[in-house]
Ligand binder design. Structure first.
Ligand SMILES: [Mg+2]
Length: 281
């Protein structure tokens, strides 16, 4: 399958709002991608609407702005859509403000839940919470916390109580460095779902709601902010960035690193990017 290429200038001309993935698109191994800082500078100068869509829920918005600034990117908080920041409208839409919440994640992850109106409860007090939010794989003793989560959920479901299971960052794995990979909160959600399925096979509605890419809520939030569906998503991961954008009904541009095999993709597949972007510069 031959995918046409597109240049940064053509992207600006063709679309009314630009959605950008962070890692592998603007940043690579703690360095800005060549030309990426200048591209963002140009968008700022011409006032072109753009948003960074990141599944990160381990860092607050002010800390995300500071992390980008350190790499030379000048962005405002409202231009960064983290998966953690999606909790606010989810809690609003589902009347979860004031509910007891257990958070698997960092201090900043808990900050997102507090901002959304949730009340943070220690995981052992399973009488007092009914919302479990999996934000990140860091910030807690892994085995003890996952065991407590599964036990707490079993207790609640045995008592006939209802629970809300949310995962902000649905990523399964990430690359730590050239040699090492790690699991992230999406994998933890899978472990908990497997345990629930084993014990409550008849309850088919038990499962996590997923907010980040490739799921719709993060694209819906970008649409709410931009006010236009003439948006394009630029990403480097087919199963997250490209599939998510195409399923939401907007165009997708694959950052061409040469490692993705597009040969096997069929016409009409949501995994098929509209264009390839070979470089920023
Ligand atoms: Mg990426």
């Amino acid at each position: 399958m031959q995918i046409p290429s597109i240049t940064p200038t053509e992207i600006i001309q063709k679309y009314d709002a630009i959605l950008l993935d962070a890692f592998g698109v603007l940043v690579y191994q703690y360095q800005p991608m060549p030309g990426a800082v200048q591209f963002i500078q140009h968008l700022n100068a011409i006032g072109k609407p753009y948003f960074i869509l990141t599944n990160d829920a381990a860092h607050s918005l002010p800390s995300s702005v500071a992390r980008f600034a350190k790499l030379g990117f000048s962005m405002r908080e409202e231009q960064i859509i983290t998966s953690g920041s999606l909790l606010k409208s989810y809690f609003q839409d589902h009347d979860l403000q004031g509910h007891g919440c257990v958070v698997l994640g960092t201090n900043d992850s808990r900050g997102y839940v507090v901002e959304a109106g949730g009340k943070i409860i220690p995981i052992e007090q399973d009488q007092d919470w009914d919302v479990l939010v999996a934000c990140d794989e860091m910030g807690y003793p892994f085995l003890e916390t996952v065991d407590a989560a599964i036990s707490g959920l079993f207790h609640k479901l045995d008592r006939g109580e209802s629970v809300h299971l949310l995962v902000t960052n649905p990523d399964l794995i990430y690359r730590k460095n050239e040699l090492m990979f790690g699991i992230t909160s999406g994998s933890i959600a899978l472990i908990i779902e497997a345990a629930l399925k084993l014990r409550y096979a008849e309850n088919t509605s038990l499962g996590f709601i997923r907010l980040g890419k490739p799921y719709a809520p993060i694209f819906q939030e970008a649409y709410r902010r931009s006010g236009t569906k003439r948006m394009v998503m630029i990403g480097d991961q087919i199963p997250y960035d490209i599939r998510g954008a195409k399923n939401f009904g907007i165009d997708a541009v694959l950052m061409g690193t040469g490692v993705t095999n597009l040969e096997k993709l069929e016409l009409g597949s949501p995994d098929l990017p509209n264009f390839i972007l070979n470089a920023w510069a």
